[in-house]
Write a protein that binds this ligand. Structure first.
Ligand code: F6P
Length: 323
């Protein structure tokens, strides 16, 4: 029989994402429901390495289900990238008698989780990043909220763009991933979407802007993912090619905040609950994943497999609809 699970811990790591709190709440409450002791570890792997454990109660996670950010705080830990840091992290879990750890974060956080699992610590990962770039899961916690934040911001930008008859480039987050740009661009009816996954042809983009102008459009919105190049340079190039008055808005970290959407809270709650069930079933080195509306467990290594494919069909659709 696998070792009995009595004490579990949870941490959030990497960039925060709306819905992390709902996932923490689900881990804590599901653990307590099963009679486990649940510990929150503050400041991600930094806190783990330095022993920042605090036992959670039902009340600790009251009134957070709808809040953005993470009550446990988070960090991007350099020390966890080193073998010494990884060893210290596993030792701290041992000192505190933890027999199962839940890591809520993105792919960097999952790599840290895997090093702990390799040292014999049962670990489950919950994918949470606004980038939605983790292979294996259709959805990462925070993506839907970030998308809705972008859509709301673009609708405000559209008002001033129309009044001044301007072309706006709106830069959204995603260093390596164009997921936010793609779905927000489609949802906003943007004229063009510029992403790191697809080489941009600025002649084609400006021809599209000019076509729109000829049919009477007095403003345009272009969504640029941050990893696709400088929105300022692209804007300048488009201004030169079209002669249109262009402006750039960088949405930045506003996309990581705010109350999570219902979809993010429900997904986070299901994933937090499943993570506890997986640990109780003696599983380790797994991640929770949303696949075709269901939340399931998958091997953590899926997250390091081939990159999540870019949704080319959706990109083509957005382009066809913004003809
Ligand atoms: O991974 C999430 C993310 O928000 C990316 O979209 C963005 O490129 C990055 O984090 C920004 O990280 P930081 O807040 O550490 O500057």
């Amino acid at each position: 029989m696998k070792g009995e699970v009595n004490n579990i811990a949870v941490l959030t790591s990497g960039g925060d994402a709306p819905g992390m709190n709902a996932a923490i709440r689900a881990v804590v409450r599901k653990g307590i429901y099963h009679g486990l002791k649940v510990f929150g570890i503050e400041r991600g792997y930094e806190g783990l390495i330095h022993g920042m454990f605090r036992e959670a109660s039902l009340g600790t996670v009251a009134d957070i289900v709808h809040r953005g950010g993470t009550m446990l705080m988070t960090a991007r830990s350099e020390e966890m990238l080193t073998p010494e840091g990884q060893k210290k992290a596993a030792e701290q879990l041992d000192i505190h008698g933890i027999d199962g750890l839940v890591v809520i974060g993105g792919d960097g956080s999952f790599r840290g989780a895997q090093t702990l699992s390799a040292q014999g610590v049962p670990v489950i990962g919950i994918p949470a990043t606004i980038d939605n770039d983790i292979p294996g899961t259709d959805l990462t916690i925070g993506f839907d909220t970030a998308l809705n934040t972008v859509i709301e911001a673009v609708s405000k930008i559209r008002d001033t763009a129309t009044s001044h008859e301007r072309t706006f480039l709106v830069e959204v987050m995603g260093r390596k991933s164009g997921s936010i740009a793609l779905q927000a661009g489609l949802a906003c009816g943007a004229e063009s979407i510029i992403v790191p996954e697809i080489k941009v042809d600025l002649d084609e983009v400006s021809a599209r802007l000019l076509r729109g102008h000829q049919r009477g459009k007095n403003h345009s919105i272009i969504i640029v993912a941050e990893g696709a190049g400088s929105a300022y340079q692209i804007g300048e190039e488009l201004r030169r090619k079209t002669g249109f008055d262009t402006r750039v808005t960088i949405l930045g970290h506003i996309q990581r905040g705010g109350n999570p959407t219902a979809l993010d809270v429900v997904t986070a709650s299901e994933m937090g609950s499943l993570a506890v069930e997986l640990l109780r079933a003696g599983k380790s080195d797994q991640m929770t994943a949303r696949v075709h509306q269901e939340v399931i467990g998958l091997p953590l290594e899926v997250a390091y497999g081939p990159r999540k494919p870019f949704n080319r069909a959706l990109y083509d659709l957005a382009s066809q609809l913004a003809i």
